[in-house]
Design a protein around this ligand. Sequence first.
Ligand SMILES: Cc1ncc(COP(=O)(O)O)c(C=O)c1O
Length: 427
Amino acid sequence: MKFTRRNFFRSASLLATLSLSEWGQFASASAAPLAATGQNVVSDEAFWHNVRLMFPLSRDLTYLNNGTFGPSPYPVIEAVKAGMMENDMKGQYGRWDETIKRLAGFVNVSKEEIALTHNVTEGINAGCKGIPLKRGDEVILTNHEHMGNAMPWMSRQKQDGIVLKTFAPGPTAAETLTRINGLITKKTRAIAVPHIPCTQGQILPVKEICTLARDKGIYSIIDGAHGPGMIPLDLHDIGCDTYASCSHKWMLGPKGTGFLYIRREFQDTLTPFAIGAGGDDGNWNLTTSPVTTGNYNDSALRYFGGTQSNGLYAGVVAAIDFIESVGKENVYNRIKYLGKYTQDSLLAMGDKVELLTPTEERSRAGVNGFRIRGVDFQKFFGTCMENRIRIRGVNENGLNSLRVSTHIYNNTEEIDKLMELVKEATG
Ligand SMILES: Cc1ncc(COP(=O)(O)O)c(C=O)c1O
């Protein structure tokens, strides 16, 4: 069977007849991305219905929790399987060069700046543990951190006596910048904030934050868990020193696949935290006395090592193929469309609901946080679970709120279904 992307996404009947291996064939279909056809599909529910059919995600489940992890479509799952088969049938080892190259292209950096990790937390640790900090040095975080960006810094506070200072993200990008500025002192050495906090999902003005940091000689160590796949990214343009991210959230890739960007010029400042085979320049020798250590590899290869999974990394390439086949712009526009639909639906409830995510255009995309006045967030979370709707309760730092995150496999009907429950809860 020969697929073109255009026909494929348009034909629900074709989709329904596919076997699993045929889904895999789609992954390698070579037609031009749909985005190139110039069609505006953002509110074309029939089109997105067909996209949803490409996900094994249970049909009776309303999954509004992409912020925790993104379910993969069939082509990704097929690619993981094929990569594992290659591993196990042919004894094939390695094969992650292509993955690094494609990830680098996805976030617009060079392949020498990408280290493979297994999740965001690992990349955050590499940035946090590798920068030179001494007792009394100050690091700025938000008070909306995921534990993955809080624990590494808190452990440096315990071990090295650094001082953590926090702020709450503001209702606008400008206010967030003002709050960060207000915390900077002569002792500030790093700003280590999320690009998009897990709590309420507003997009922080990360380019301005990194410019501010650079101008003052401060490191910018960004938690980029929610960037790639949700919004278009150019990490060189953002100008951060490191950006820790993953393929298993908004890129819809296999679970357990992360990556870390380390700016080329920063690599001699950031001491490798986890290093192994491949992290060297080939000039080491254990038989000399003293031992000849050689130098680190002149690339981000110095930040990881050891056996990696062929299957998972083939899946990352397939995830990038998948997103590009739908069209990066289409994906972003649809995510933003559903995010706005969610905001508007919550705002329509009036003062019964408190929308926590800014409505400012540049600060919002696919994640929204809210509270229902007078309703315990855990109780409402339970009601959603009983109704097969998966959202997230946000108990971090006493926020006691709810989070909805939507991706291209979602639709407006699913959001309406959640809103019915919100309405019922408000009485
Ligand atoms: C903002 C943020 N940072 C870090 C993490 C940790 O990600 P991972 O589980 O890939 O380590 C998450 C996970 O949800 C997150 O939302």
